[in-house]
Design a protein around this ligand. Structure first.
Ligand code: FAD
Length: 381
């Protein structure tokens, strides 16, 4: 059954994008995983072909495409591999901050290059000492003439090595009460004096994703790089985190669907005790359970996508989708690996990579514990 928000044009777009990925991504993905990075040339090809930020207004070079196109792009990227998450982050998580809160000048300057792939973006909230507790970040930005002087450190930043533009959450008023009122967003550009990047972090999974640390030591950021208003950063983050969580749920749902297919394919061709493994009732029941979980996840995420596209408030629903679907995908990963027997533990089988890539979806974009905290707040307890 296809989702109600997908029309003929989205199916045609999906076919075109899939063909592009078959030529430009699938054949190279293992090499990117080994090298630990996705080459910029791939980003440029994505841009040339209209697959970066197609939702941006035509005025800035975009296609004015609706969110269903973003869903298609994120699903197809996830089918190649989870390390492509940085592209979804650029398309549907970071660039929207510029489009929503940027001045006309900022939009003219940056949006066309985000679409072409000349500029790769990142968002830097997390610090070594503060992740979930975002209001208590300690990076500061102090106004000095025409600049903000930024000091602090960020960690776990997706696209951290490639990024040319980084939306950095910092305290412009470290004494604000409550603390979240002191947070502002600054756009830090690649060559900003005092800004350096650390090493590419060695992760359990997402091996081709360039996750990095960022350092700011008296970094001089022009005051016109403030995004929106001073002191409103936390509110902007809370608003944009909804689409970020939806994108994570969409990717995890897609990953679960891929892992189910891998397991099903494997048990149908593997034999034991003179039968195909898929003929054992216990195996069939496990696949039936996985298929049920996946169908429930798909129904729910499609509903949240529709509501998001209709401009509805989705804070509670998206928190539910994010935690439930990512946990479901982790269960599917474990079952799918088990059904592969020893081969599932071998790198040459895709399920091995999928198994180590999926757990982070329960951690980033707000941990699943934080999702439950948000849901509980709505329960009138
Ligand atoms: C691969 C990867 C990519 C990432 N990309 C980015 C990025 O691009 N930009 C960015 O800013 N960040 C990024 N992050 C950071 C990510 O968002 C944080 O790791 C996450 O928000 C959790 O923060 P933390 O690691 O500081 O854990 P902590 O906040 O220290 O949490 C530790 C544990 O305590 C739990 N916990 C904390 N508070 C509570 C509470 N009140 N109630 C119950 N349990 C609680 C958490 O759920 C967690 O299980 C990335 C992380 C990873 C691993």
């Amino acid at each position: 059954m296809t989702a109600r928000y997908l029309r003929e044009e989205h199916h045609i777009f999906r076919e075109a994008f899939r063909k592009f990925l078959e030529k430009e991504a699938y054949p190279y993905y293992d090499e990117w995983e080994q090298r630990g990075i996705i080459p910029r040339s791939f980003w440029a090809k994505m841009g040339e072909n209209g697959f970066l930020c197609p939702w941006v207004d035509e005025k800035y070079g975009g296609l004015n495409a609706d969110f269903a196109y973003s869903v298609v792009i994120n699903e197809e990227l996830e089918k190649v591999g989870s390390s492509l998450v940085g592209i979804g982050l650029h398309n549907d998580i970071v660039t929207p901050y510029i489009a929503s809160y940027g001045t006309e000048e900022q939009k003219q300057k940056w949006l066309p290059k985000c679409i072409s792939g000349e500029l790769i973006t990142a968002i830097a909230m997390t610090e070594p000492g503060a992740g979930s507790d975002l209001a208590n970040i300690s990076t500061t930005a102090v106004k000095d003439g025409d600049y903000y002087i930024v000091n602090g450190q960020k960690t776990f930043i997706t696209n951290g090595i490639h990024a040319d533009l980084i939306v950095v959450a910092c305290k412009t008023d470290p004494h604000a009460k409550p603390p979240h009122r002191g947070i502002s967003l600054l756009v830090v550009e690649r060559d900003t004096p005092g800004f350096t990047r650390g090493r590419k972090l060695e992760k359990v999974g997402l091996h081709a994703q360039d996750t990095a640390e960022l350092f700011f030591q008296d970094a001089k950021v022009p005051k016109e790089n403030l995004l929106g208003e001073e002191g409103k950063g936390f509110y902007y983050l809370m608003e944009k985190l909804q689409q970020e969580r939806l994108v994570v749920a969409i990717a995890a749902q897609t990953a679960a669907e891929v892992m189910f297919s891998l397991a099903k394919h494997y048990v149908k061709q593997r034999s034991a005790f003179g039968r195909r493994v898929s003929e054992f009732q216990t195996v069939q029941f496990r696949l039936a359970e996985m298929a049920t979980d996946i169908a429930i996840g798909r129904t729910f995420v499609d509903r949240v996508i529709e509501e998001h596209m209709a401009g509805k408030q989705i804070v509670t629903e998206v928190s539910m989708a994010k935690w439930w679907i990512t946990e479901m995908a982790k269960r599917v990963a474990a079952e799918a690996m088990q059904l592969h027997g020893g081969y599932g533990y071998m790198e040459e089988y895709e399920i091995a990579r999928r198994y180590r890539d999926i757990p982070v979806s329960a951690i980033y974009a707000g941990t699943n514990e934080m999702m439950k905290t948000i849901i509980a707040r709505q329960l009138d307890l």
